[in-house]
Ligand binder design. Structure first.
Ligand SMILES: *Cc1c(COP(=O)(O)O)cnc(C)c1O
Length: 425
């Protein structure tokens, strides 16, 4: 997309609150904004206004709550992972340490369609309906967001077109079939490498051409303003529930939060309600792939990328020295987006959140450990968060209450896992 001129200096982060952002232009410090073609601007402004009104409307909020409860299955449980906790305490003890945090899983993998994606799609389909839009478009990489969009479109009887890179269409056949069953049209995008970045470019292009009737449901907390803030708001139900559930379970707030990061929507959803609690330690876990030192061998935009502009916002991106966007790599299809939501970029700059990376191999080990110890097959995405929990928990005191976002279930990943473990199915 072409870029709007915007040479604004970064305002200092608010000393009072990490939850105030973005500013009226959509900036979190120097990140975010809306770098879009002029033709897209009226649409973006219309969306911003419609969302600002919906957000304040008790009827909109009540309808969303009703859908979250009866359609998606919220609230998702906050589960004490007792055997994993015990296992990591034994590891700590074997090293002569007294540590081993008490580990809870936020069970968003139990949602309808198997991940947190539905939280955002329900919010946006209600908004689309409210705006009188009659056609829905979306981008998808691995197909999880595409399936969630096709699901809510079926529920609301709206036609939908999903843009998906041709390479991904080939790699993710079961999800392509699901989308078709749900009534969606899947457009294979052949430009570029035929992956998520190209699908998102194509969806933005479609939006400009079909201005009048079309609503674009973006799948993560990225894109031009107001998407990063809006998607965050819809996903914040995760963190709000954790607050209440932890107060009920333990009588106090958690000490540590951990979530995996693709574009960053499940993570910001968990983190945001806690950003202004200075005693809560927060970790975002990026996909370290083959290792951060392997060129183009990971998807760690913050730990291995640089700031730039893509898909309508300024943020950390995987790119070459001359600014070409890199494809990156992760064992987990849902984590290999070359960017990250702008609010995370800002939380990294301000130091409020710690961003770490975990390799494919570590995630695969955590996947197996969780499956065997807890009887929960995690998606490969949250297996990254789990792998970091396995490193972190033994170093924390036993009184530390740690919450990890189990943002997706692993049914979709069993083929990938079988291949990596050299097992026959
Ligand atoms: C899509 C997806 C992700 C990555 O997206 P975020 O916006 O970073 O949350 C992570 N986990 C699961 C299970 C997903 O489906």
């Amino acid at each position: 997309m072409s870029t709007a001129s915007d040479g604004r200096a970064a305002p200092a982060p608010s000393p009072n609150s990490y939850r105030m952002g973005p500013d009226e232009h959509g900036f979190f410090g120097m990140f975010g904004g809306r770098f879009v073609a002029e033709t897209l601007m009226p649409l973006i402004l219309e969306l911003e206004e419609a969302y600002a009104e919906a957000k304040k409307d008790p009827e909109f909020q009540a309808e969303l709550k009703r859908l979250n409860t009866h359609y998606a299955g919220r609230p998702s449980p906050l589960y004490y992972a007792e055997r994993l906790t015990q296992h990591l305490r034994e590891i700590a003890a074997s090293k002569g340490l007294k540590g081993g945090a008490k580990i809870y899983f936020k069970r968003d993998e139990l949602n309808h369609t198997g991940s947190h994606k539905i939280n955002n799609c329900l919010g946006q389909i209600l908004l689309a309906q409210r705006m009188g839009k009659t056609r829905i478009i979306a981008e998808t990489g691995a197909g999880q967001h595409g399936v969630a969009v096709a699901t809510v479109c079926a529920r609301y009887g709206l036609p939908c077109e999903i843009f998906m890179g041709a390479t991904d269409v080939e790699r993710q056949k079961p999800n392509v079939f699901r989308m078709k069953l749900l009534g969606a049209k899947v457009n294979a995008v052949t430009s570029g490498a035929g992956t998520l970045k190209d699908a998102m470019n194509e969806a933005l292009r479609d939006w400009v051409t079909n201005v009048r009737n079309t609503y674009y449901i973006i799948g993560t907390a990225a894109g031009p303003h107001p998407y990063p803030a809006m998607v965050r708001d819809f996903q914040s139900v995760i963190g709000q529930e954790v607050r209440e559930q932890m107060l009920e379970a333990e009588g106090r707030l958690p000490d540590t939060l951990v979530a995996c990061i693709g574009g960053g929507s499940n993570a910001i959803g968990l983190f945001h309600p806690f950003l202004d609690e200075p005693n809560v330690k927060i970790y975002g876990v990026e996909a370290g792939g083959y290792g951060l030192d392997v060129p183009n061998g990971h998807s760690a935009s913050i730990n291995g990328g640089k700031p730039g502009v893509l898909h309508g916002n300024r943020t950390y991106l995987l790119q070459t020295d001359d600014g070409q966007i890199l494809e990156g790599h992760s064992i987990s299809a849902g984590l290999d987006y070359p960017g990250i939501g702008p609010e995370h970029a800002w939380l990294k700059e301000t130091g409020r959140v710690n961003y770490v990376a975990v390799t494919d191999k570590e995630a695969l080990e955590a996947f197996q450990l969780c499956t065997k110890l807890e009887g929960i097959i995690p998606a490969l995405e949250p297996s990254h968060a789990l792998a970091h929990v396995c490193k972190l928990a033994p170093t924390l005191p036993q009184s530390d209450l740690l919450v990890m976002n189990m943002c997706g279930r692993g049914d979709k990943d069993i083929f990938t896992v079988a291949e990596h473990l050299g097992m026959k199915m």
